[in-house]
Write a protein that binds this ligand. Structure first.
Ligand code: JEB
Length: 245
């Protein structure tokens, strides 16, 4: 997968060089490049923002640097999809992360201030698919944190990026998974920590009982925290007994 990120804060993306994603980059599984938008701002002060037409608070990102940046990064006829984080975007979900993981090339545009001049998105749509996406119902100061979230959610789904390739398929919201239950509690050594033992079933070696216990814990957690997700699951009689307890 090819990733390009355009931002006025390139240092924000130092985390892309660590952890699993850093290893994926070293292996060549992910070809990621971060670009400073100010490289396409040609005045003495490298200006990327200006006052909003129609008045109102804050500043808006000028279209010219963005247009030149996207022209330079995305040649005509290429296979790139432009992803623009914005509070007013479609929700970023595990399903969308799965769709993005199948894309050959993602270009992320990190806005700041009150956003990017709308004509940048219009112009980009004339030559590539463009998604305006939100990572949640809260307001950030810019798109960089959202891009870090999306890049992590997407690249962990790529073959070979996760240590245990199967674990992404077991995620709560894994694309194509028939169900959506929140993960239950997990435990590791020591068997007793500060007088708190690991649930004995997990030490029993009885894989059927362990699977049942894990599903029951996931059902209970989902019913308590995200009850609206329960209806998205195919429940059997044992599940219904657990939820009725
Ligand atoms: N994804 C996502 C987001 C953002 C987000 C993303 C990009 C930009 C660029 C500028 N701003 C600031 C801003 C702009 C407009 C109004 N209010 C604030 C951003 C916020 N906030 N919350 C999310 N879930």
């Amino acid at each position: 997968m090819k990733l390009d990120i355009v931002t006025i804060f390139p240092d924000y993306f130092a985390p892309l060089d660590v952890s699993l994603l850093g290893k994926a980059r070293q292996r060549g599984d992910v070809d990621a490049h971060v670009h400073d938008l100010r490289g396409w701002a040609h005045d003495r002060h490298r200006t990327v923002d200006d006052t909003p037409y129609g008045g109102g608070p804050g500043m808006v990102m000028k279209p010219e640097p963005w247009g030149e940046a996207l022209d330079a990064i995305v040649p005509p006829g290429s296979s790139a999809r432009l992803v623009v984080p914005t509070p007013s975007g479609r929700p970023f979900t595990q399903e969308l992360a799965g769709a993005y993981a199948a894309e050959p090339w993602l270009v992320f545009a990190c806005g700041r201030y009150e956003g990017i001049d709308a004509r940048v998105i219009e112009d980009a749509r004339s030559r590539m698919p463009v998604d305006e996406v939100s990572i949640g119902d809260y307001v950030l100061a810019g798109g960089e944190s959202a891009v870090l979230v999306m890049v992590e959610a997407v690249t962990r789904l790529l073959p070979g990026v996760l240590g245990n390739a199967g674990s992404a398929a077991d995620d709560s919201f894994a694309p194509g998974r028939m169900e959506a239950l929140l993960e239950g509690p997990v435990y590791t050594k020591p068997p007793d920590w500060r007088g708190r033992p690991v649930p004995p079933v997990l030490m029993s070696g009885n894989h059927g009982a362990i699977a049942r216990w894990r599903r029951d814990e996931a059902l209970r957690r989902t019913a308590a925290i995200r009850p609206e997700l329960i209806a998205r699951n195919a429940l059997d009689d044992a599940d219904r007994r657990t939820l009725s307890e």
